[in-house]
Design a protein around this ligand. Structure first.
Ligand code: ADP
Length: 318
């Protein structure tokens, strides 16, 4: 696992998950507090595996914001890129798995502190020190965090960081599907690595197959990944493409699997980007990333379920 710094940009929030599953939000009696937010999950995925990560984002100067900052610190994530908003509160999400299997979300975001991250808040020195800069999530939806997001991408790119983008579509938060699609694609050609889920691939292209994935290729891209849950993952580069099978595990909650996958991948390539051009070594890394994602599905929540490197190696060894 690498020594170079992976900087992850975006939101961190608390998911409130009912203590009993299969009930609607209105029927829930109690909630568990599960820290999350895709970019924060990625940062912790990296440090759990033994790598170096920093998180850049804004939290409320409230109980929840300080709890989240504490979780980053406990997990050895560099917090020099975090600012606290003096007015707005930390973002909260209420998540339930209804009896029909559908996930139901309710967000406290009117506006929450993460949305108020301004370009002036950015710790540019930290961003410039990123070997890998990872981004992409709900911070593209509204101002001023959208401008902060775009500026951070530019600063990292200018500094020569490898840019990793996970659009993390959260469709209900967008004003319209069309706007979501447009905004996602508007930053498409900046990234060196893009990871989409099968759902996002279908949203963007209408299909899930090699041709639809390849229609998302851009000339500067080094690696495109499509995650397929229990079908594993697919990879596309300029010179080769293929798929890597998933591991069979006892899945209880898939939250954070994609973030775990991304964190594992980045932690393996941060010190050696030549892996991106070497298919056998890339396949090894994706096997590691698939194993990391699989383990994350075996426990409730995202952050508590992120594996250490030895957990991953044990699953691979079988
Ligand atoms: P996302 O969260 O982006 O939708 P996925 O759910 O596809 O991502 O998960 C990322 C990776 O984690 C997958 O490519 C796969 O390797 C692994 N994974 C996810 N769900 C499962 C599962 N049920 N069983 C085994 N591996 C899984």
């Amino acid at each position: 696992t690498g020594n170079g710094l992976i900087v992850s940009f975006g939101e961190m929030l608390i998911d409130f998950v009912p203590t009993t599953s299969g009930v609607s939000l209105a029927e829930a009696h109690g909630f568990l507090k599960a820290p999350g937010g895709a970019p924060a999950n990625v940062a912790i995925a990296v440090t759990r595996l033994g790598g170096k990560a920093a998180f850049v984002g804004k939290l409320g100067d409230d109980e929840f914001g300080h709890m989240l900052a504490g979780i980053l610190k406990e997990n050895n994530v560099n917090a020099d890129g975090i600012t606290f908003d003096q007015g707005a509160r930390t973002a909260l999400a209420f998540v339930t798995l209804r009896a029909d299997g559908e996930r139901e979300f309710m967000f406290y975001r009117n506006p929450s502190a993460d949305m108020l991250l301004k370009p002036e808040d950015l710790n540019l020195e930290l961003i410039r020190s990123a070997k890998v800069f990872h981004y992409g999530s709900i911070s593209l939806i509204v101002e001023p965090c959208r401008s902060a997001h775009l500026k951070a991408i530019e600063v990292a790119k200018e500094a020569g960081s490898l840019l990793s983008y996970d659009p993390n579509l959260r469709l209900p938060l967008w004003p319209s599907p069309e706007e979501a699609r447009q905004q996602m694609l508007s930053i498409w050609d900046k990234a060196d690595i893009i990871k989409v889920s099968d759902v996002e691939l279908e949203f963007l292209t209408g299909k899930v197959d090699d041709a639809s994935a390849l229609s998302l290729w851009h000339p500067n891209l080094k690696l495109l990944l499509v995650t397929l849950g229990e079908q594993g993952s697919k990879y596309y580069t300029k010179n080769f493409h293929g798929s890597v099978d998933a591991f069979h595990v006892n899945t209880v909650d898939t939250t954070g699997a994609g973030d775990s996958f991304v964190g594992a991948l980045l932690s393996k390539i941060v010190d050696d980007q030549s892996i991106l051009e070497d298919e056998p070594r890339l396949r090894e890394v994706l096997k590691f990333a698939n194993a990391s994602g699989a383990i994350t599905t075996t426990k409730k929540g995202a952050i508590p379920a992120l594996p250490t490197e030895s957990d991953v190696l044990n699953l691979i060894k079988g």
